[in-house]
Design a protein around this ligand. Structure first.
Ligand code: GUN
Ligand code: ZN
Length: 434
């Protein structure tokens, strides 16, 4: 296949800025070249250093007033909730009962699932997101609908059927055994097909019986390379409910841990109210916390404790999640904007390098995919987003006062949204924009 080359400002992360600091973590080229071949990046460096390597006949696309970065990684999102973004109401449990469980029942109809999956994928690309870890609904065919859509564009994606056998409407419940059987069949059908991975997906402890969690743990154990995706410690009422339902367990995390659901590739959404003991256990097991800022604000769940999560003594893997539809934006730029404010309210300043790291390589690291996606380097899959540094008149004006790339990143995450997505490349093929 012919080499395709992108030229422009470009940025990627070599290392974790939470550990090595902002300056040492970034690889920034003010005039960069990125060589793409057979779906992968083959070279990334300055125009000056690479210009002599440009093969005769290579197609070169020049992006001016732009910044090319790795595609965003959304570590927690619900595609069926695309239709309920911005549903006015109270906190988590009321919101689930009044909106979520109503909307998810419509996914009994496969054509509805197909329709929403299409909208979800288009909105994700419009926001510059190229990999997502996705909750489906209890219906096995809801997984088919999203994976089929992802497959059309060769997107890397993680998804799974929701497991719920109690505390939900009858139309949305499975049983411990049917959840196991249906998930096992879906793993066989989809896991490892192209760029798709399966996640065993118990919704959260209150909607699964001990028997269901037990079987989910067994299934996860016997399905190497799959993920476990759930929610944890999002809301104080939810935490009290879990205590009531599982009085013998010492913490919320311990419920999942007891059933063998905590380890590498466990995606734990929210973790707003995790204790020191729980953070330590998450660190030790290599699980990840998906921080969903716009959702936590929208549902009034609380302030994610960044400083504790990233404590250098026992840092935990953290990825960003949009958590659509409790989250209010598909855009990781907006998600970073709100994460910054959440940190500020606790006296902690999240640098632009740290925020963009979480949205790219940090998210990939949380998913144990950082050898494949999340950065621009030879051998990495060529999932890229080109951000427009003049996406609005105000951004254009404000950028003219930026002194360095860190300030540029900060303005992007403060003023930017999906209007800043100029182009998106998935495995080297342009799938969105100019
Ligand atoms: N906890 C259990 N289910 C959900 C959900 O759908 N959204 C959010 N934000 N939290 C949950
Ligand atoms: Zn969620």
């Amino acid at each position: 296949m012919k080499t395709k080359i992108l030229r422009g400002q470009a940025l990627s992360f070599k290392a974790d800025p939470f550990i090595v600091g902002d300056q040492a973590s970034i690889h920034y080229e003010s005039d960069g070249l990125i060589f793409l071949q057979d779906g992968k990046v083959t070279e990334f460096g300055s125009y000056k250093n690479l210009k002599d390597k440009i093969p005769a006949g290579a197609e070169i696309k020049v992006y001016t007033d732009s910044l090319i970065i790795p595609g965003f990684v959304d570590t927690h999102v619900h595609y069926p909730q695309t239709q309920i973004i911005g549903a006015y109401g109270k906190q988590l449990i009321d919101w689930l009962n009044n909106y979520t469980f109503i909307a998810e029942q419509q996914f009994a109809d496969y054509s509805h699932a197909e329709k929403i999956a299409k909208v979800f994928v288009q909105e994700s690309l419009r926001a510059g997101t190229t990999t997502s870890a996705v909750f489906c609904t209890v219906h096995p065919h809801s997984v088919d609908a999203i994976f089929e859509e992802a497959q059309k564009l060769n997107l890397r994606m993680v998804a799974g059927k929701v497991l719920m056998d109690r505390n939900a409407p009858a139309a949305l419940t499975d049983t411990a055994q049917s959840a196991y059987d249906d998930s096992k069949a879906l793993i066989k059908k989809w896991h490892g097909k192209g760029r798709l991975s399966y996640a065993v997906t118990p919704r959260f402890a209150p909607t699964s019986s001990p028997e269901q969690l037990e079987l989910a743990g067994a299934l996860w154990k016997e399905s190497p390379g799959t993920y476990m995706h759930t929610h944890i410690s999002e809301n104080l009422g939810e935490i009290a409910w879990v205590k009531d339902l599982f009085p013998e367990r010492k913490s919320y995390l311990d419920v999942y841990d007891h059933y063998g659901l905590v380890g590498e590739r466990s995606l734990l959404a929210h973790g707003v109210h995790l204790t020191e003991e729980e953070f330590t256990r998450i660190h030790k097991t290599g699980a990840c916390v998906c921080h969903c800022s716009t959702s936590n604000e929208f549902l009034g769940s609380g302030l994610f404790p960044f400083e504790r999560a990233k404590d250098k003594k026992r840092p935990v893997r953290v990825g960003l999640g949009t958590d659509i539809g409790a989250g209010t934006s598909f855009s990781h730029l907006q998600t970073m904007n709100e994460s910054y404010k959440i940190a500020q309210l606790q006296g902690y300043s999240l640098s632009s390098a740290c925020a963009f790291y979480l949205a790219t390589k940090g998210g990939a690291n949380s998913l144990y995919l950082d050898d494949k996606i999340g950065s621009i380097a030879p051998g990495m899959e060529a999932d890229l987003v080109v951000l427009d540094l003049k996406s609005t008149p105000l951004m254009d004006f404000r950028m003219s006062y930026c002194k360095d790339i860190h300030e540029v990143l900060f303005i992007l995450m403060t003023l930017g949204d999906d209007r800043a997505t100029k182009a998106v490349y998935v495995a080297g093929t342009q799938v969105y924009g100019e």
